[in-house]
Structure formats: C-alpha cells, structure tokens
Design a protein around this ligand. Sequence first.
Ligand code: 5GP
Ligand code: MN
Length: 326
Amino acid sequence: MIDEKPVVATTDEVVAELRKRPAFVMVSHVKPDGDTLGAGLALGIALKKLGKRVHYFQQDAVPRNLRFLPDTEFVSRDVPADLPADTLWVFGDMSDTARAGEFLPKLARENILDIDHHLGNSHFGALNYVLPHECSTGTCVVHLLRGLKVDIDKDIATCLLTTIMTDTGGFMHSNTTPEVLTLSAELMHLGANKEQITEEIFANKRLAALKLLGRALNEAQAEHDGRYIWSFVDEAMLAECGADGEDTEEIVNHLRSVEGVEVSALFKDYDGDIRVSLRSSGRVNVQAAASRLGGGGHFRASGLTFVGSLPDAVRAVDEALVAEGL
Ligand code: 5GP
Ligand code: MN
C-alpha cells in the first residue's frame, strides 16, 4: 500500500487562488468559538478590502460573548441564491466538513479551501492550508494576509487576536510560544482591543454560568487515582440554573485545573446526543482518544458527539482514555 502523505498547499498557492476568485463564503463550525469565527471574519474583512464579495455561513447563532466582533451582523445560515458558480467556500478551524453542520449546502471539492491547525484534519478541500504548528486558525490566516499584502486594520487585528487568545486560553496554554506573543504585540500595535477581548471572552460571565459551574463541580467524580475527573450537565441542571449551552464552556477547564488531574471530561447531555469535551494536562493525547469515538481536536483539547445514554458515554470515554494510556 502506498503511504499517501497529505499535500499541504503553500501560502503562495492559496494567495493566488484567493486573488482569482470573485466571491467567498467563510464557513465556521457548529458551536462556534473565537478561533473559527475570528479567523473567518479576519479573512472576510480583508477580502472585502480587495473588492471581493464575501458572505459568512455559520449554522449556529453567534454566541453572546463573540457578538462584539466586527461583521458578526452578517453571519447567517442562509446562503444567497445568486452566488457565482466559482464561489470559494473557505472552511476555518475544522477537521472535516461535517463540523459545519447539516445546513451546509452540498459543495464541489474544487470550490473548497480548508484552513486549519488541527492534527487530524482530513484534507477535504481542493487546497488544504493545514498548519498544525500554528496556535490558532487565525495565525494561519495571518500568513495569507501578508501574502495578499492587505493592511491589517484595527478590526482585522481584533479578530486575529481573538483567535489567539481563544486557542491559547488567554496566553496560558503550552502553544503560547515567544512568536505568538510577538505577533500578539504587533496586533495590539495595529489596534487590536485586548482589553475588550479579555472582558468579553474571559470575564462577563452570566451568574447562571457560575451557578451551573457550581452544580457541575458538585457532581464531579475523580477516578483512576485522581488522574481523571469528569462531570456532566443535563437539561434539569440547565433549567435549575437558568443557564443554556453557552454557559457550559469553562467547566471542563476548571475540572482540569484540579491538582493531580491529567484528563478532565464534561458530558453535555441535552440537545439530543451527548457532546463530550476532553482536556489533558499534556501526558495523555485526548485528540487520539476522541478520534476513537468519531471526534477530534488537539492533543490537549478535543471533543466528540456520542449517540447513546450518559452511562454508556462515560464508559466509552473511559475506555478510549485508558487505551490512550490514562
Ligand atoms: P470543545 O470541547 O471546546 O467543544 O472542543 C475542543 C476541541 O475539540 C476544539 O478544537 C474542537 O474543534 C474539537 N472538537 C470538538 N468537538 C469535535 C467533534 O465532534 N469532532 C471533531 N473532529 N473535533 C471536535
Ligand atoms: Mn482552533
């Protein structure tokens, strides 16, 4: 069997393609975060400056804490009927097209550009600009903006810094290299509003979210000699706290911060299927564990969707983690 190495597009190839196409749809993933959305907005705003037609496709509504980003008022799950046939659909921050959701129209591969930094990216585009060493999809976009020679204005800089601060956990994760800090400083010089990003993404929590955190922490179970900790959120807990899915985001990180914990998991048992978030302190590869169950992500942060009951999900995730060395 021939071992096919995935072909990664060069910056020049992607820049040439961006210059060639008249119209673009920037696509972000379901349950959007600051990276998928910020990267799409940054590139979208830049392409508009070059006179291109740009739309933004996102199945889910823009989360409350990302509404401060420029251009979010144009983000929609509706696609205009009059798009030219050679519109380029630019996917940001996802390993496969399924992550864009079931509302995504059927697309020809030749009209897909895949920009991502995930290890397990399936190279689903005609061009795949997949750079796993980048801290965010937004920093992949930075190379393209430099290639396109567009001015990074204050709006673009804010979107880009949002991608970095989201995916480095506010400069705390191990992907915060000196280069990332230098680039972030440059973006601040260009007008990126770090204070606003910090406030919107890392503060500004609803009381309901804190109450939900308390409820979930109460349910936390430590296993494998305290190296693994997991909890869950279900419909009843959401209702009790007056919270919704957007209020669950930080819980898994709090669980990970417990002394001695190597892996944390949060099982989100509402909206039908069970969504699982996994975090690792660096020894166990949670991307590999999630992949065993059809999910994906990064070495230290991954997720998956489980079809079945909560106890079955808990058992399956435990087995996948043990298989990855937990
Ligand atoms: P979160 O736990 O914040 O939802 O996701 C953490 C990481 O895992 C993110 O990088 C996200 O893109 C990835 N991820 C989450 N859910 C899935 C999934 O169902 N499939 C894949 N391939 N990646 C996921
Ligand atoms: Mn990302």
